[in-house]
Design a protein around this ligand. Structure first.
Ligand code: NDP
Ligand code: MG
Length: 391
């Protein structure tokens, strides 16, 4: 039923802004009831003027940001309390969880307990705490719908199908900016090169994760939780054009794939409108895929030696316990240190490996244990990085 009322965590980010593009195109269908961001308060102020949400939250984790937030938004709720208030806003039908990093878990859990549909972009939440989040969703009869393009593709392929007839999920990967450079040159790649993704414009953390293929490892784990398919039946193939967003092979050998030019508007919109579709002709939102101009689609095997982060992520996912939390925590810190220019590109994988080796996993962690394992991994990663890698 329209209008769908949206609470949006991370409104100033790449996914957040694209979510608001959709609302702007379909003002009858969507209404923004709550917005939350962290540091880009000028953009948040513009969004508040345009969309008039009844609730505004700022994470504002410094004295300076807090002061600015109080001046711009006298009624805003600050800190984690604000994120929780947005996630559970009484008027919201759906929470778009689009913060980057590790702050997504508690708000997402709170929204599930409050019965909201979750349009999930923040994959770290599901990787850290897949067992907790999916169990809570089941218990509360809440749907977690994917925003990530690969998972949206798989979900679309599965509409009208039975899960027990899946033979394989085949995730596609662009291969990132370092798909073809000689391995010996990886040592000297710069932050700018790693940030120059060939097919997608995204926030900095996921862009670096896409260069290392960590992102694809996280997506395999995300698929495991979203679609309940064992790891042996989840594969990855490189599709450099990013036109085929993923595929499902069924037990009879038939394969479905979902295609479009690379755009996040489409998967975000599908998460918000399922089971319906909105007509985007005349909206200037989704570029039409003109097949004859696509001369060829290419597929390649993923080179595991070139991308150790992918292997480390998969191992952590399969081992379970708090290994995925340690993975996500260590990666958060490793990517931050790489972006700060403190460690070389290949230090990211080295740091992950070292932290996972030191980690004492516990089985079936609850939310607190999950967040503790992440926090431990961040500290361990920074210490290890400073000792072994920082120049
Ligand atoms: P960005 O870095 O562009 O944006 C992150 C957003 O989260 C910003 O609005 C930021 O606020 C906000 N934020 C970060 N921390 C907090 C916090 N503690 N409290 C409140 N707000 C916070 O990231 P993306 O949009 O690229 O990615 C968001 C998530 O979606 C990630 O988990 C990513 O993996 C996933 N994703 C993204 C895709 C993409 O195409 N971008 C594709 C698939 C998944 P501010 O800017 O104001 O500081
Ligand atoms: Mg993706």
């Amino acid at each position: 039923a329209y209008p769908k009322r949206i609470a949006l965590l991370g409104s100033t980010g790449s996914i957040g802004q694209q979510t608001l593009d959709i609302v702007r195109c379909f003002p009858e269908q969507f209404q923004v009831v709550a917005l939350a961001a962290r540091s880009n308060l000028d953009l948040l102020a513009e969004q508040v003027r345009e969309f008039r949400p009844s609730l505004v939250a700022c994470f504002a984790d410094s004295a300076e940001l807090e002061q600015k937030a109080r001046a711009l938004f006298p009624n805003a709720i600050l800190g984690e309390r604000g994120l929780l208030a947005v996630a559970t806003h009484a008027d919201a039908d759906v929470l778009v969880a689009a913060t980057s990093g590790l702050m997504g878990l508690r708000p997402t859990m709170a929204a599930i307990e409050a019965g909201k549909t979750i349009a999930l972009a923040n994959k770290e939440t599901l990787v850290m705490a897949g067992h907790i989040v999916t169990e809570a969703a089941r218990r509360n009869g809440v749907s977690i719908v994917p925003v990530d393009s690969e998972h949206s593709a798989i979900w679309q392929c599965l509409h009208g199908e039975e899960n027990n007839q899946i033979r394989r999920l085949i995730l596609t990967a662009s291969g990132g900016p370092f798909r073809t450079i000689p391995p010996e040159e990886l040592r000297d790649v710069s932050v700018e090169q790693a940030l120059a993704h060939p097919t997608w414009r995204m926030g900095p953390k996921i862009t670096i994760d896409s260069a290392t293929l960590m992102n694809k490892g996280l997506e395999v784990i995300e698929s495991y939780w979203l679609f309940d398919v064992p790891y042996e039946r989840i594969e990855v193939v490189v599709q450099p054009e990013s036109i085929i967003h993923s595929m499902v092979e069924f037990c009879d050998g038939s394969i479905k794939m979902q295609a479009s030019l690379p755009t996040m508007h489409l998967p975000i919109m599908h998460a918000l409108t399922y089971p319906e579709r909105l007509d985007t002709a005349d909206k200037n939102l989704i570029r039409e895929l003109h097949w004859p101009s696509i001369a060829a689609l290419h597929f390649e095997e993923l080179n595991l030696e070139r991308f150790p982060c992918f292997r480390l992520a998969l191992e952590a996912g399969k081992r379970g316990g708090t290994y995925p939390c340690a993975l996500v925590g260590a990666d958060e810190e490793a990517v931050a240190m790489f972006l700060e220019g403190k460690i070389p590109y290949q230090g990211i994988a080295q740091m992950l490996e070292a932290v996972l080796e030191q980690h004492n996993s516990i089985a079936q962690p609850d939310v607190n244990a999950t967040l503790e394992a992440c926090a431990w991994a961040r500290r361990a990663a920074r210490e290890w990085g400073e000792k072994h890698l920082a120049g």
